[in-house]
Design a protein around this ligand. Structure first.
Ligand code: ADE
Ligand code: ZN
Length: 341
């Protein structure tokens, strides 16, 4: 297993940077030491084959074969979340932990379908998360936005119904944006063109993003831009395989939300040094550094910044630029951006 550690002085420097997270699945922050207590609290019986202890589970998380291998665990984890309080506890634990790593602003994903399919209302999920967001603002000075994701492995009709159930939440901007996640390759962007059209009709300021170019190739990124009309791409690392696409990402200043430790754990690359940071910097494509599913991939936001530094050894000036583009590419108010910089 690769080690990603830098000296304390640099870690302290990276901690102090005003970090924004744009790619974080709240369900992916479910640490093993919260999963088992929640299963007990809610009388949820985990599958027979599921690891029985925190230690066993942590061991299993050390490496995933691929995205699907991880998702199989991720969706079992979701099953212990039932009550509003569970969603609150989950998100609050994430905010507290990330505050100690210097997080200032978070745009966080959640997957309503992984809960509504078990009979939980979307309102229960959103209320729990919203309470944690408010508390994070008040007590930790972390600002946040909620982004609802559609699960691309589920039937499109199910996604449409989920969108409809969230319509008022989008209209009132309690939900700020729409994303698309889960197994990428068998479920290309074109399946969701209509869903994104519908979402755009809900509010003129709705923000759109989609996972693309993680396990799917560069054409998934291109189709997300052209058909879903996203202004951001989650991961997007395989864009580097297509020079024309790279030029377009730079021209249109499309932010790619890169997740270094995730890409290693899911075997998208074998080491952080293989990620196309240098190509993105050279081309002028904005990107941010994110933790994706930190409970599963072994690191929160600062750990991801550190992993990049161990491999790329950036100067202070490069970090300044990376942080600036991360703040500028955030979906928060201009006033908040000024405070952050
Ligand atoms: N759901 C949670 N994390 C994900 C990822 N990295 N890719 C796709 N779907 C996800
Ligand atoms: Zn993700």
């Amino acid at each position: 297993m690769a080690v990603y550690e830098c000296n304390n002085t640099f870690r302290d420097f990276l901690r102090e940077l005003p970090k924004c997270e744009h790619h974080l699945h709240l369900e992916g922050t479910l640490e093993p030491d919260l999963l088992y207590p929640l299963a007990r609290r809610n009388n949820v019986k985990l599958p027979e084959q599921f690891p029985k202890t925190v230690e066993e589970l942590e061991n299993r998380y050390k490496q995933f074969k691929d995205l699907q291998d991880f998702l199989d665990f991720y969706y079992i984890g979701c099953e212990v979340l039932l009550q509003e309080e569970d969603f609150f506890d989950l998100a609050w634990a994430y905010f507290k932990r990330s505050r100690s790593q210097g997080l200032k602003h978070a745009e966080v994903f959640f997957d309503p379908q992984s809960h509504t399919s078990r009979g939980i209302s979307i309102e229960t999920v959103v209320k729990g998360f919203q309470r944690a967001c408010i508390k994070a603002q008040q007590e930790l000075q972390i600002s946040s936005k909620l982004i609802m994701c559609l699960l691309r492995h589920l039937p499109v009709e199910d996604c449409k119904a989920t969108l409809e159930s969230a319509r008022v939440l989008f209209e009132t901007q309690q939900l700020h944006g729409l994303g698309l996640d889960s197994a990428e390759k068998p479920f290309p962007p074109e399946l969701f063109t209509e869903c994104y059209e519908t979402a755009r009709s809900y509010h003129p300021d709705i923000k759109l993003t989609a996972h693309a170019g993680e396990e799917g190739d560069a054409s998934y990124v291109l189709k997300s831009l052209d058909l879903l009309k996203t202004s951001r791409i989650d991961h997007g690392v395989r864009s580097a395989e297509d020079p024309e696409l790279m030029a377009r990402l730079a021209r249109e200043q499309i932010m790619c939300t890169i997740c270094p430790l995730s890409s290693v754990k899911l075997q998208v690359v074998q080491d952080v040094r293989e990620l196309p940071f240098a190509q993105f910097l050279d081309a002028g494509i904005p990107f941010s550094i994110n933790s994706d599913d930190p409970a599963y991939f072994g690191g929160y936001i600062l750990d991801n910044y550190v992993a990049v530094q161990t491999r790329f050894n950036w100067t202070l000036n490069v970090w300044k630029k990376v942080v600036q583009q991360s703040v500028n590419g955030s979906w928060c108010e201009e006033k908040r951006k000024k405070e952050l910089l």
